[in-house]
Design a protein around this ligand. Structure first.
Ligand code: IVH
Length: 809
């Protein structure tokens, strides 16, 4: 043997061993350790070597096989019509070559006098990144589901596919062939994947590196209950065996299948000629990151089915279809270092510094690591080779460590003891879980710099947030200017903005006379914010704009907001105990109190302080209070019984109007009245004992009275019946805005809807009242149509606003 031949033989063996190992991890374990792009490179290297040395090709080489092995735990299914793969095109030229070979095969190549020839029609479909399955329908009923396996033999996953919500168990309509084998991709949306990983991480379960792995891991579960709990979806792209041809074209066939209830892609298009195909590729390429699911390319298929048959197959791929691939969303790179960044609330978060790598066309050199729990979960060390993923609008993420490639000098990631910005101590936060009056404290994943506004990083972020458009809306203060003001020592808290002098700022970078004057005017103009804006601007952890609005609307005054006890705050819509405690401890903090006091002393006046929100005042009931006291074993129904009984007793005793006079004190009397309480029906023994214990414990009883007193001071009243409110016209409604609006921005549209009393939500559900959809609307619009939620375009929306006397201006 010559030297080059031995070297080639050696490398071929190495590549086969490595690819076999990756194939096993990918197809059998659903746990690949390298990204697809890296696999493709290795695969292509092997293909090239084998092409150079055909004598070294063996039938067991990974290049000679279609795909995965069948998992023995499932039964086997033989595919009557083999499940094949697709050839790949990476460059435009590959695609033109494909078109030429199609035209050749169909005898269209000669062209007319002008050389153009007849254009071939192609169906254009996204190439979903999931896993191929076959669904067999006999007489319109789903009788079998199978994976692709090696293309000839797959696994029987009938029980599992039945749990996929959009797979019809019975076909709709009529006219379907007696035997119809539908093929398509089972996949998971990005949102579904994120949700699944978050809940898996919470219970310490297995998390997945990407939606494809999550889909594969979920579908091939031996326990179909697990599959059922996973957000899987199906999308059909073709047929296997079928006793009759549903249509003469690929697009016609898919559309016919759709009428039988089989889900197909919303992006399906018909192209005339290869230029149309390229335009489709570019269009989807641009929208790719905004789609709800991962796609790794698009697929073009000769549309006419007779033409497909004429063109036929190669060994493992059809001559009539091709996948035009996009750049990979996952790549390998090296973790050079981990740095720690300090955010607005002092959270010290690890950020990965990476050897720059191109991921889906963008060079990535930083990625988020979220928190130290995530670092531990990934088991990542500095020096590791890691998989980076870029998907949607999110910051690139470190998904996985390639542990086989860990260098000997890899270092662990340590949290700094001192804040990298201000040198204050860094403390681990505590996680306090509260339920039924009990608190359990554990160590949190977040580390926090204790420096507060004395930490330049926190101060800068706090001010940037304070002045931002949706907060105090002070124009002319960008990030750079805020940094200067802080670095020059001119601003040490948001309140200092209101004492800035012209002489202090003029001459700073970017501040000439005019801009300095303008900035001071903008600061002065911001002195009369609404209560909601002000609360939002304070930057209370976990209090976004929505919660700030709820606080303002319900409590009506800054004083009530700052004083409210956590239990009282939980009466507010969408405020849970955790957030309630965050709010309460924010206002209890002396430093925060000083900043607020300074702001008020320096002329800040809240525009709209007033009464307690009517809706809120009416929402308090005695049983609601009992429920909020979180007494072990006392559920809402028990609380209601006890409250009703207390009111009855009071009415019978003739002491005033019961709905006004009834108090926690009276509940305590009932609970302590052994005889009457013992015979009370509808409350179990355990709950009764818990109530007695509660009221016998002075500390807890007093706390209950304190909460009650605050509710009364705030102007709430116990009412036996809820009052019907004279609400705003859209009160109680939930609207969703999607797509781009042209006349008004979405922010403006949102404000207008909220002014009419509607809630504006981010996703569509059966509870959505109405969807406003502009051009470019995608999955939300589809969901609305699916759920029969009314949809308005922007013009109709403006007309609707006009009905309520609101202009689009
Ligand atoms: S057609 C003979 N259409 O890509 C035709 N495949 O590389 C075979 N895929 O195994 C497949 N979207 O899992 C086809 N619109 C689409 C597809 C698609 C995703 C997957 C499928 C297949 C693999 C081929």
């Amino acid at each position: 043997m010559t030297d080059t031949l031995t070297a080639a033989a050696q490398r071929i063996l190495e590549l086969r061993t490595e690819l076999d190992a990756h194939n096993y991890r990918y197809y059998v374990l659903d746990e690949p350790s390298i990204p697809d792009a890296e696999y493709d490179r290795l695969f292509r290297e092997l293909q090239a070597l084998e092409a150079e040395h055909p004598e070294l090709v063996t039938p067991d080489s990974p290049t000679q096989r279609v795909g995965g092995e069948a998992l023995s735990a499932f039964g086997e299914v033989r595919h009557e019509v083999p499940m094949l793969s697709l050839g790949n095109a990476f460059e435009e030229e590959d695609l033109r070559a494909f078109d030429r070979s199609v035209r050749n095969g169909l005898g269209l190549q000669g062209g007319d006098l002008f050389g153009g020839g007849v254009e071939v029609e192609y169906s254009c479909e996204p190439k979903l990144d999931g896993l191929a399955v076959s669904l067999l329908y006999r007489d319109g009923k789903l009788v079998r589901g199978a994976t692709r396996g090696d293309g000839t033999t797959g696994e029987d996953i009938s029980v599992n596919v039945r749990t996929i919500r959009n797979v019809p168990l019975k076909l709709q309509g009529s006219g379907w062939p007696d035997v119809l084998e539908v093929r398509g991709e089972v996949f998971m949306s990005r949102a579904g994947f994120e949700r699944l990983n978050a809940s898996q991480a919470e219970v310490g379960g297995k998390t997945f590196a990407n939606p494809r792995n999550a889909a594969a891991g979920s579908l091939r579960q031996l326990d179909s209950k697990i599959t059922a709990s996973r957000p899987l979806e199906f999308c059909c792209y073709g047929l296997g065996q079928h006793s009759a041809e549903p249509a003469a074209t690929q697009v016609g066939m898919l559309e016919r299948l759709k009428t039988w209830g089989i889900p197909i892609s919303q992006e399906l298009k018909l192209a005339k000629g290869i230029e149309d195909c390229l335009a489709y590729y570019r269009d989807i390429g641009e929208r790719r990151m905004g789609l709800a699911y991962d796609i790794d390319g698009v697929v073009f298929k000769v549309n006419n089915i007779e033409d497909q048959q004429q063109l036929g197959f190669r060994a493992r791929t059809p001559h009539w279809a091709i996948a035009h691939k996009f750049p990979a969303m996952e790549e390998l790179t090296e973790l050079l270092d981990v740095e720690f960044q300090v955010g607005r609330t002092g959270a010290v978060t690890p950020v990965a510094r990476l050897k720059p790598v191109k991921v889906a066309g963008v060079t990535v050199s930083n990625a988020t690591l979220h928190n130290m729990d995530e670092v531990a979960r990934l088991g990542v060390m500095i020096g590791d080779t890691v998989i980076i993923r870029r998907a949607g609008d999110v910051i690139p993420q470190v998904m996985q460590v390639v542990s086989e490639r860990r260098p000997a000098d890899a270092r662990p990631v340590d949290v700094p003891q001192q804040c990298p910005v201000c040198g204050s101590a860094v403390e681990r936060t505590q996680l306090i879980k509260r339920s039924k009056g009990r608190e359990t404290v554990s160590e949190g994943a977040v580390y926090r710099c204790v420096g507060r506004l004395a930490c330049a990083a926190q101060l800068k972020q706090a001010i940037i947030h304070f002045v931002s458009r949706r907060a105090m809306d002070i124009e002319g203060l960008g990030e750079k200017s805020v940094e200067q003001l802080v670095d020059e020592g001119l601003v040490g808290s948001p309140a200092d903005l209101y004492t800035l002098q012209f002489e202090q700022i003029v001459g700073l970078e970017g501040f000439a006379e005019v801009s300095s004057r303008k900035l001071l005017e903008a600061i002065a103009d911001s002195k009369r914010p609404t209560l909601a804006r002000f609360i939002y601007a304070l930057g209370i952890p976990d209090v976004g704009e929505e919660t700030a609005k709820v606080l303002a609307r319900s409590l009506g005054s800054l004083q009530r907001v700052t004083q409210a006890l956590p239990e009282v705050l939980t009466y507010l819509p969408d405020v849970g105990l955790e957030v309630a405690h965050e709010i309460h401890s924010f206002f209890e903090d002396e430093h925060n109190q000083t900043v607020i006091q300074h702001l008020l002393e320096r002329g800040l006046q809240l525009q709209d302080q007033g009464e307690l929100g009517a809706e809120f005042a009416a929402s308090t009931t005695l049983d609601g209070l009992l429920d909020k006291l979180n007494i072990t074993s006392v559920a809402a129904t028990g609380a209601k019984k006890v409250a009703d009984e207390t009111i009855k007793r009071l009415a019978a005793s003739g002491e005033g109007k019961p709905e006004q006079a009834v108090r926690v004190q009276h509940v305590a009397e009932l609970c302590k009245d052994w005889l009457s309480f013992s015979v009370l029906k509808g409350v179990n023994e355990k709950a009764k004992q818990a109530l007695r214990d509660f009221f016998n414990d002075d500390g807890r009883f007093n706390k209950a009275k304190e909460i009650e007193q605050q509710l009364i001071d705030f102007g709430m009243h116990w009412s036996a019946e809820k009052k019907v409110l004279e609400g705003l016209p859209l009160a109680g409604q939930t609207w969703v805005l999607t797509g781009s609006l042209e006349v008004m921005s979405r922010d403006v549209a949102k404000d207008k809807l909220e002014a009419l009393g509607a809630k504006v939500a981010g996703s569509v559900s059966a509870k959505t009242t109405c969807v406003v959809a502009g051009p470019g609307a995608g999955s939300k619009l589809a969901k609305a149509t699916e759920l029969n939620v009314p949809v308005l375009d922007e013009q109709a929306f403006i007309a609707r606003l006009a009905d309520y006397g609101i202009s689009a201006e």
